[in-house]
Write a protein that binds this ligand. Structure first.
Ligand SMILES: NC(=O)c1ccc[n+]([C@@H]2O[C@H](COP(=O)([O-])OP(=O)(O)OC[C@H]3O[C@@H](n4cnc5c(N)ncnc54)[C@H](OP(=O)(O)O)[C@@H]3O)[C@@H](O)[C@H]2O)c1
Length: 302
């Protein structure tokens, strides 16, 4: 808004999506402890406000943590959030795209029998339900949500002296989880891969799911939407890093962390799971962009 009076602060300002619980909430906590001002966002206002109260109860000052509603799959909600940040601060220093869903359901019997994701969900193939609606929602939240939020906030990141974007990918966000060589090569080759082509590939995946042609056409057949959405997030990270060389844009696998997304079967506590994303968010100026981090280590997209 032209003429808006912005809150002035010498602190970095970070915004975290899907931050009412899990790794996102812990990312907020750790950023606050490092002197960063945090805009905690959540799709549900009550859950988001409860998370802010939780941070304040553990010592965060009222002025350092703000809440704004954000459903990453709702373009009106994204526009409202971007307007809030623009009017309040006129800039953003760090965007952490954390919100995601698993895109699948598990049978209750299996939930009571496995204790560690180490057992791998693929061992329970017959107990996994992935309907078209779940698969479509998973792409819409994990990939298109990341893209919509990023596009809305890039103008504000461009007003930062040291802008960064951290996309939460996954070990499943590596190309090895796409069986088809042709798709893998398209996702790998940045000379040809564009956001439009990525959209086309995701549309092909949805069509192949509907027509039961996943295996035939080189897509993963189990935990398929989560894997495809996260490979797309990884590829998008590289496309964006090339398009915006002045922004430090990376993706990170946080480790296998005990949270609701894996029915609390992960190995690491959220305190460890948030360390990688926070480390990547606060990399020194001039650090490489377009990388895949495995927790705090630069790793491979393969
Ligand atoms: N945990 C792991 O082992 C692991 C491993 C690799 C990668 N990751 C990634 O780490 C990130 C955090 O996951 P987590 O483990 O902390 O899972 P989590 O505890 O299930 O948290 C997911 C968060 O995303 C939010 N969310 C879902 N859909 C949303 C939407 N449309 N708009 C806004 N927020 C939405 C959820 O909100 P609600 O409470 O409203 O549902 C929740 O706050 C995800 O990107 C995940 O893929 C996790």
């Amino acid at each position: 808004m032209e003429g808006a009076i912005h809150t002035t602060t010498s602190k970095m300002i970070a915004l975290v999506t899907g931050a009412n619980k899990g790794i996102g909430l812990e990312i907020c906590r750790q950023l606050l402890s490092k002197g960063v001002m945090v805009i905690l966002t959540a799709r549900d206002e009550q859950r988001g406000l409860a998370a802010v109260a939780n941070l304040q109860a553990s010592g965060a000052s009222d002025s350092d943590v703000l809440f704004h509603q954000l459903d990453v799959a709702d373009s009106a909600s994204v526009a409202s959030l971007a307007g809030f940040v623009r009017d309040q601060f006129g800039k953003l220093d760090v965007l952490v795209n954390n919100a995601a869903v698993s895109g699948l359901a598990l049978s209750p019997e299996i939930l009571s029998s496995f204790k560690q994701l180490r057992d791998r969900l693929t061992d329970y193939a017959n107990s996994i339900t992935e309907t078209y609606d779940m698969v479509e929602e998973c792409l819409h939240i994990n990939y298109y949500g990341t893209k919509t939020v990023t596009e809305a906030l890039i103008p504000l990141l461009q007003s930062s002296q040291s802008p960064r974007i951290v996309n939460l990918s996954s070990f499943y966000g590596r190309l090895r989880y796409i069986p088809g060589d042709r798709i893998k090569e398209e996702m790998r080759n940045l000379d040809f891969l564009s956001e439009d082509r990525l959209n086309e590939l995701l549309q092909c995946f949805l069509n192949d799911f509907k027509e039961r042609k996943l295996e035939e056409n080189g897509w993963p057949t189990r935990i398929c939407a989560y894997k495809v959405s996260k490979v797309a997030v990884s590829a998008y990270t590289r496309i964006l890093a090339k398009k915006y060389p002045n922004i430090c844009i990376n993706c990170v696998h946080p480790g296998v962390v005990k949270t609701d997304i894996n029915w609390n079967t992960g190995e690491l506590p959220v305190e460890e799971g948030a360390q990688g994303p926070v480390f990547v968010a606060l990399l020194p100026d001039g650090s490489p962009s377009g990388q895949f981090y495995d927790m705090k280590e630069v790793s491979s997209f393969e």
